[in-house]
Design a binder for this molecule. Structure first.
Ligand code: MN
Length: 416
């Protein structure tokens, strides 16, 4: 599919993340009020204003009067299509409503952005084979890198929706209970091995009560965001057996401010990697369920320039979000509108395609260059920025930057 041209000239640039083909959804502040917005070129279209003006009608009652996109999700896939069709009518080259729509445009540069949806619950997976192999090799040796269940089941844990924040939110280095391999006992201290995880987040746009197939799960996904699963490796190493990560992952999870709808990613679908072990039938894919999305991680030390520390692609995943969602329902677990599923860290096969510092520095043994500094794990003042783009014919689909800055730990919170 070629570029769909808009009367907003900046949306026709091959350099923008937000051509008419994308129509990413967010929440922004206009005149002191949070409103639903649509990214278009270097502008934000006030979608709440469109609805108020009678230019966009999706339900019997207003669905954009509250500053999140959940009500639109609840209307279901037909409304999702109607939303995109109507936005394209209003924004395409030659659209007759140009004057009134112009009055609802705001500059994206400097706009205050908020969480684009109310997050019901958050589940994070461990579904990238290169990541699981790298981490397993470090923790258990190359022979036992992948746990025996890994090629059969998308491993996950139930996270905390309350800790999900929008890009631009500062992250505070956490304290926690730590015990290094040579420490005589545990101690309570700031995490010294604080890390990022490059992931994609899938947003569940339809509720389920009972099991769903992979095809049904795919149809339930409203869209995707970039996701940084901040991880305290030293807390994780001490706490994770036998129930998995807990406080190591509970400080914060950053998501991009813009939801890229599943429909915008359709041209970029691609197949999963080859599997030497067949999946159980309920996990088999009815078609290509991954996407060709180029991903990169920038690390910017305080006062320095950014260095790209990793480049990879979402097509490297072993299990798709649709498979993860289908698996999530096998127990009968009800899924809700606004549930967020983290893909798991997306690493590629090469050293420079690893999606966490744990892997990039090989557990701290091989610090990586960052400008004229080096890093094993994050230092105070570091900013991590994730980017994701799907390259089309003369256009690209992006999520906008997903950035977060690490602030120093506070003084001992339990000191008397
Ligand atoms: Mn993760």
């Amino acid at each position: 599919m070629p570029l769909e041209r808009s009367w907003i000239e900046s949306a026709n640039s091959p350099e923008t993340d937000f051509p008419l083909n994308n129509l990413a959804l967010g929440v922004f502040t206009a005149d002191g009020v949070q409103r639903c917005g649509v990214a278009i070129g270097d502008r934000i279209l006030d979608a709440t204003g469109l609805e108020e003006a009678g230019l966009l009608t999706l339900g019997d009652t207003p669905v954009l009067d509250l500053p999140f996109w959940n009500e639109v999700m609840e209307l279901g896939p037909e409304a999702w299509t109607a939303l995109r069709d109507r936005l394209k009518e209003l924004l395409r080259e030659g659209a007759p409503e140009r004057d009134i729509v112009t009055s609802l445009l705001h500059p994206m540069d400097g706009a205050e952005l908020h969480l684009p949806f109310a997050i019901s619950e958050f589940t994070d997976f461990y579904a990238g084979r290169h990541h699981a192999t790298n981490v397993g090799t470090m923790f258990r040796g190359a022979e036992n890198a992948l746990p025996p269940n890994w090629l059969h089941i998308p491993i996950g844990y139930n996270g905390r929706a309350s800790s999900v924040v929008v890009a631009g939110t500062d992250i505070r280095r956490p304290w926690g209970q730590l015990k290094g391999p040579n420490d005589p006992g545990p101690r309570f201290a700031p995490s010294a091995r604080f890390d990022l995880e490059l992931e994609l987040g899938a947003i569940v746009g339809q509720a389920s009560d009972g099991t769903v197939t992979v095809a049904e799960a795919d149809a339930m996904i409203f869209g995707y965001v970039l996701l940084n699963d901040w991880s305290a490796r030293d807390i994780q190493a001490w706490e994770y057996q036998p129930l998995g990560p807990f406080q190591a992952k509970a400080t914060a999870t950053t998501i991009s401010p813009w939801i890229v709808m599943r429909a915008a990613l359709e041209p970029f679908r691609c197949a999963s990697p080859a599997r030497e072990v067949a999946l159980l039938p309920y996990l088999e894919e009815p078609g290509p369920m991954l996407y060709d999305i180029a991903l990169e991680v920038d690390l910017t030390p305080e006062g320095a320039s950014p260095t790209t520390i990793a480049r990879t692609n979402y097509r490297e995943m072993y299990y798709s979000s649709a498979q993860q969602l289908a698996h999530h329902t096998t127990s009968g677990c009800p899924m809700n509108v606004g549930d967020l599923l983290g893909s798991g860290t997306i690493s590629g096969p090469t050293k420079d395609s690893r999606g966490s510092l744990l892997e990039l520095s090989w557990g701290g043994k091989e610090p990586i260059p960052v400008g004229n500094q080096t890093r094993s794990f994050l230092e105070d003042g570091d900013t991590i920025t994730l980017r994701g783009t799907a390259q089309g014919d003369g256009y690209r689909i992006g999520f906008g930057p997903c950035a977060g800055k690490l602030l120093p730990a506070l003084a001992d919170p339990y000191a008397r």
